[in-house]
Design a protein around this ligand. Sequence first.
Ligand code: OGA
Ligand code: MN
Length: 227
Amino acid sequence: MALDFPAGGAPSPFFGDNRTAAIIDELASKGWAHAEAALPADLVIALRGRLEALFAEGELARARIGRGESETRALAIRQTGITWLTGEHPAERRFLEGTEALRREINRALFAGLFEFEAHFARYPEGGHYARHLDAFADRPRDRVVSLVAWLNADWRAGDGGELDLWTSPNDLGPPVATLAPRGGDLLLLMSETIPHAVRATHKPRLGLAGWFRINPGVGGVLDPAA
Ligand code: OGA
Ligand code: MN
């Protein structure tokens, strides 16, 4: 999803330079970074309203996993409804401006060559979950480099379930190194190819956004497009 910005115009960031730099440092050193209360409260409310309206209008499609998975198998791995952001709604546009600012900063700090960002809303129904996975799927071009998750839930309490577990690397089969409640306004960044993560079964509808900063695999990025 590409948004146009006037030449020389800078997209408005979610937070200030120091916090942005700290989050990117953490992402680079650990492979993931959790930023609490990172999104402006009014933006969280507006995005939540947008997601609830899309759900009420029946605009959320059952998420698929990799190509060629059977419906039954897909449901065992992932149960959530999604719709892609287009940037037409003002809240979506504001969100995509913040992620655009972040994209530019990650590129500046890490020479990452991220060239675009795509994101979808996700609503996990009661009982919804997502089994442990990497975001850079084996059966798609390896163009997802950094993943971003933003949660939109109003009051998440202990006992509501839906926590996100994450591990340090694909070989890490021990207990998760972090278990995060999907609190409205929190952001999580992680390296798409190396940080496995999972969503535990939720006991009430769970709202959020998931997005990916991508490289253009055709342009000779760091990753081998043929792999
Ligand atoms: C994803 C994902 C996490 C979440 O969509 O790939 O891992 O908290 N989402 O919804
Ligand atoms: Mn994921």
